[in-house]
Design a protein around this ligand. Structure first.
Ligand SMILES: [Fe+2]
Length: 385
């Protein structure tokens, strides 16, 4: 067995109202002039003000970069780095979903290393410096990017999404998780981002790189999501459900480690580079189909997933218990009214291309069942029937 490691460079501070300590946290990190990386939707929802208040209270100066878009492209990172330098910033606050947090991490890499984020695609130039002090404040319970060691960036020229990181040097210094900021998230986004978190936990629990620490956090994330995602979607003001979902997303992010995930993310990420669709939605629609393909590769672990999702597996053959995990996730996707993949505009003619880019995605490696180009074709045929 190869030597494995798991390292968490991020202090996790959480609870309703925790955003109010953003300024003190920044000072504790020895910084005082942050670039706040966010998007216009977050600003319009009034969430930026909740971060600015504690900064103003301490008399800190700051700059705001609110141009983040979903599936953040390479040029956006360059623009953010320019803003960071122009305002002589010394730190980063990411406020938003995965796109804002990944953009901030990537800006952190560019301003400490020079060059363009393309140079730091995993496997090319190594990241050797710690990013500037960074506080990640998620406004969705989904990506877990506040604790992952990865940033996912879109290369519009190659029409792919690529990964940057795989090292604790890119992890945020502080994750400030305030479920109050998630209370107003619309039902469909609560559903999609929650399913993204579930896909992280299931893929990391079953992939070839799983280890005891990641198993532990992944299983509790699965349990919380099974219990609380429907509630958070059905009644957005359910404080307990919002808090548990926020924790589930962070735990699922912690299960990521430094290795790859599996076929759900190989498909969702490569698809998202080709057709601009919401990442969480893609994982939600793809998860039941991929799980149906994968369960045979690790039936014991799938049986444990079924149990974590509340299924009664007592007295069942291991295969039947494993299939219950697939069933439970399919039912969850149905209850959450996840639209079919054709709603993105993808057509059956796209299948050969989509299957090829999924097969070439680095996250194909480590999947619990061997994958071929043809297995991706079959899964896409089911999704675009
Ligand atoms: Fe994801």
């Amino acid at each position: 067995m190869p030597v494995q490691f798991w390292e968490q460079p991020t202090a996790i501070k959480h609870g309703f109202g925790s955003v109010s300590i953003a300024g003190e946290e920044l000072l504790r990190l020895g910084a005082g002039a942050p670039l706040i990386v966010t998007d216009k939707g977050v600003v319009a929802a009034g969430l930026l003000d909740k971060v600015l208040e504690p900064l103003r209270g301490l008399g800190l100066k700051y700059a705001v970069f609110d141009e983040v878009v979903g599936n953040p492209p390479v040029a956006l990172i360059g623009k953010g780095s320019e803003t960071f330098r122009k305002h002589a910033c010394d730190s980063l606050i990411a406020l938003g979903g995965g796109s804002s947090m990944d953009t901030a991490k990537a800006i952190g890499v560019e301003v400490t290393h020079g060059g363009c984020i393309l140079d730091y695609e995993y496997g090319k130039e190594p990241i050797v410096h710690r990013i500037p002090p960074m506080i990640a404040i998620p406004t969705t319970a989904g990506t877990g990017s506040e604790v992952t060691l990865w940033a996912v960036i879109t290369d519009q020229e190659r029409k792919i999404k690529f990964n940057v990181g795989g090292t604790p040097l890119i992890g945020p210094h502080v994750a400030l998780i305030d479920p109050e900021l998630m209370m107003g998230l619309p039902a469909h986004l609560t559903a999609w981002t929650g399913m993204d978190a579930l896909s992280h936990a299931i893929e990391c629990y079953t992939c070839a790189y799983a280890q005891p620490v990641t198993d532990a956090v992944a299983l509790l994330a699965i349990e919380y999501i099974g219990k609380y995602l429907r509630r958070a979607v059905a009644y957005g003001q359910d404080r307990e459900a919002r808090y548990k979902m926020a924790m589930a997303a962070t735990l699922a992010g912690m299960s990521y480690g430094v290795d790859s995930a599996g076929a759900i993310h190989a498909m969702a990420q490569s698809f998202g580079g080709y057709i601009d669709a919401h990442h969480g939605y893609l994982t939600a629609v793809m998860m039941p189909v991929v799980m149906n393909y994968n369960w045979m590769g690790c039936p014991e672990k799938y049986a444990r997933i079924a149990q974590a999702l509340g299924e009664d597996i007592k007295g069942l053959k291991i295969e039947d218990a494993a299939k219950l995990a697939v069933h439970a996730v399919s039912e969850l996707a149905k209850d959450l009214e996840i639209p079919p993949l054709s709603s993105t505009g993808a057509k059956r003619e796209d299948i050969p291309f989509l299957a090829r880019i999924a097969f070439e995605d680095p996250q194909t490696i480590g999947n619990p069942r061997d994958l071929t180009y043809d297995s991706y074709v079959r899964m896409y045929e089911e999704l675009l029937r």
